[in-house]
Write a protein of this length. Structure first.
Length: 296
């Protein structure tokens, strides 16, 4: 054994089980970027925190009867981000486009929610975006900025024109966003609605909107959870989903149509690791559910 093997370890890879890129089905890419954050900052530290959490939780999923150890996952590492938003989004779009061409499932770990704009630019218009988020993110501008974590979904609608936008877990909006959503036929399901209807009825409602849809992108803002479950996020909002309800809804939407996934807005400095653990578990459950669907 050489000294480099004895005394040197690579940076942590997601789940700790690394396959070669060529044989992988799932590819992890960290995007440590939070240049437009307007309340709490620090989502740039999330990719590392979530990877570290993923090494210290158990890997078996009772929901899907799968083990993350058996999945073919390759962790690419982190995108080289720039201080400027558009340059980072351009780099992300290029890498995302390349990954999508391999027909592997790319999994992006942010970072702030603005990164979804870069991913959707790579995906293009022939897809539906399903967003789990406390916020609609449909402002036209905020603090005199037009491309940010508060406006990115409006930019997606205006620039990319996806088949449909469906937002789940909504509970924090402004009047401008409500008017724009109504005018633009952007569908959202409030947390209040989910609590009243339950998981199964909510899933039926969402799936009706997915009839004839061939491609979906799942984006997860961890502030969709109540702060009791995920205190370490950039923009926490009370009265959110429980982790059980959230995972049941999310896994219920994992099917063959999902072509990409991102998870964003964890701010590790604001808790003792709880939110990073929830994020790692969310990715474990999602990927295991995708594996079950793929095998079927």
């Amino acid at each position: 054994m050489s000294f480099r093997e004895l005394f040197v370890s690579p940076s942590p890879v997601f789940s700790g089980y690394q396959r070669a890129f060529e044989e992988s089905d799932y590819v992890i890419l960290g995007v440590p970027f939070d240049a437009t954050s307007t309340y709490r900052t620090g989502a740039r530290f999330a990719p590392l925190a979530i990877r570290e959490a993923s090494l210290n939780i158990e890997t078996y999923s009772f929901r899907s009867d799968k083990n993350i150890e058996d999945l073919k996952i390759h962790d690419l590492g982190d995108l080289h981000v720039a201080g400027e938003v558009e340059e980072t989004l351009k780099r992300l779009e290029k890498v995302a486009r390349e990954l999508l061409a391999t027909r592997k499932l790319p999994v992006f770990i942010g970072g702030e929610h603005t990164i979804t704009l870069g991913i959707m630019r790579a995906i293009g218009e022939n897809a539906t975006i399903i967003s789990f988020d406390a916020h609609l993110d449909l402002r036209n501008r905020y603090m005199d900025v037009t491309t940010s974590h508060t406006t990115f979904m409006r930019r997606i609608h205006e620039q990319i024109h996806p088949i449909r936008i469906i937002e789940i877990g909504t509970r924090a909006v402004c009047k401008e966003e409500l008017e724009y959503a109504k005018k633009s036929d952007i569908h959202f399901i409030t947390n209040h609605q989910i609590l009243n209807d339950g998981v199964e009825k909510t899933l039926r409602t969402i799936k009706k909107k997915l009839v004839n849809v061939k491609k979906t992108h799942l984006t997860i803002d961890m502030d969709v959870l109540d702060p009791a479950f995920a205190p370490g996020v950039q923009n926490p909002e009370p009265d959110g989903l429980t982790i059980n309800t959230f995972l049941n809804l999310l896994c219920g939407l994992c099917d063959q149509r999902v072509i990409a996934l991102d998870l964003v807005e964890v701010a590790p400095n604001y808790d003792n690791g709880t939110t990073a653990i929830q994020a790692a578990r969310t990715l474990f459950e999602t990927l295991c559910s995708m594996e079950t669907t793929k095998r079927k």
